[in-house]
Write a protein that binds this ligand. Structure first.
Ligand SMILES: [Zn+2]
Length: 316
């Protein structure tokens, strides 16, 4: 077959079209998978595929592909509609991750790469309705895997937090705070500021090896009081602003994200299949739990019947 060199004419693209439903056939004319227009163009431009003239939006690979693609009749090779799989609406569509990205991100490539099986279309309304339920499931994972949703290993700086709150209150609503309370807040900020400046100076000295400068004393070393504020140092508004923007917690050296720790536990048990490839039975179970949770709570009236909880987990 002569190689197709013409520029391919693409259908007009509308913003609510997410699935472009290009078919990709193997050399032996087996429907292997679906892809979007950009991917089809990628194959065509490199002459790795030719257009199939009798079918719309179809290409045939010119090389023997690794693997055989998806099974005949699998969800991954059928046409997909650009509608919400719950209500059928075609506006404000979003791509929903059936297994939340916070977990998927840490999964082995053989599970997460190139798979759109667990990416389904939901309109914003249906998506928002499901998110509360998904959050409950994530919270159950906190106890089950012994890791808070915000991760483990945060380092908190309580004195930063106190100064930050005091400065923010003074910036936001000083006019509504009684004078004596304002004074307490100002004292809190100034006391913190003097210690903070000392800390910063000491750190700078360590970095630039300027210990001498510290012991010799300079303008920046002097304690700032209400009377001397702005006198060769930052003015009061700058101090307040800097304090209100303080980072009062940060990730320590042993910090670990919730999703990372969950996936670590779920991939501990690794079993080789009959082709010698790694599989993770616990992770498979977790993915299926999310799929089932989604089906139980979303009422997917417009989802293909070929999409099932037991659909393939691995993409190799
Ligand atoms: Zn919807």
């Amino acid at each position: 077959m002569p190689r197709e060199k013409k520029e391919v004419v693409m259908p007009s693209k509308k913003s609510n079209i997410i699935y472009e439903n290009w078919k990709v056939y193997s050399k032996a004319h087996k429907l292997m998978f679906r892809c979007n227009e950009k991917k089809a163009q990628w194959y065509l431009k490199r002459e790795l595929a030719t257009l199939l003239p009798k079918e719309t939006r179809s290409i045939k690979l010119t090389f023997e592909a690794k693997g055989d693609g998806h099974k005949k009749g699998d969800y991954m090779v059928e046409d997909r509609s650009n509608i919400c799989i719950s209500c059928g609406g075609d506006q404000y569509l979003t791509i929903h991750h059936v297994v939340p990205e916070m977990y998927r991100h840490w999964m082995p490539l053989a599970v997460k790469s190139k798979s759109s099986r667990d990416l389904l279309l939901l309109c914003k309304h249906c998506h928002n309705g499901y998110e509360d339920k998904a959050m409950k499931f994530k919270k159950q994972c906190v106890n089950r895997f012994n890791i808070p949703l915000e991760g483990h290993g945060w380092v908190y700086l309580p004195h930063y937090k106190v100064a930050k709150k005091a400065a923010s209150a003074l910036i936001r609503s000083a006019d509504k705070i009684p004078q004596d309370r304002q004074q307490v807040l100002k004292d809190t900020v100034l006391k913190f500021w003097n210690e903070y400046r000392k800390e910063v100076k000491e750190k700078e000295a360590v970095h630039s090896d300027k210990e001498e400068e510290i012991t010799s004393g300079n303008k920046g070393e002097e304690t700032v009081t209400e009377e001397t504020v702005g006198d060769g140092n930052e003015d009061w508004d700058t101090i307040l602003e800097k304090c209100s923007l303080l980072e009062d917690h940060f990730r320590g050296s042993d910090f670990i994200e919730h999703g990372n720790k969950v996936i670590q536990q779920l991939t501990k048990n690794c079993v080789r299949n009959d082709r010698g490839q790694e599989t993770w039975p616990d992770l498979e179970g977790f993915i299926k739990e999310w799929r089932q949770h989604f089906l139980d709570h979303i009422d997917p009236k417009f989802l293909s019947e070929l999409w099932t909880v037991d659909g393939d987990i691995y993409t190799r």
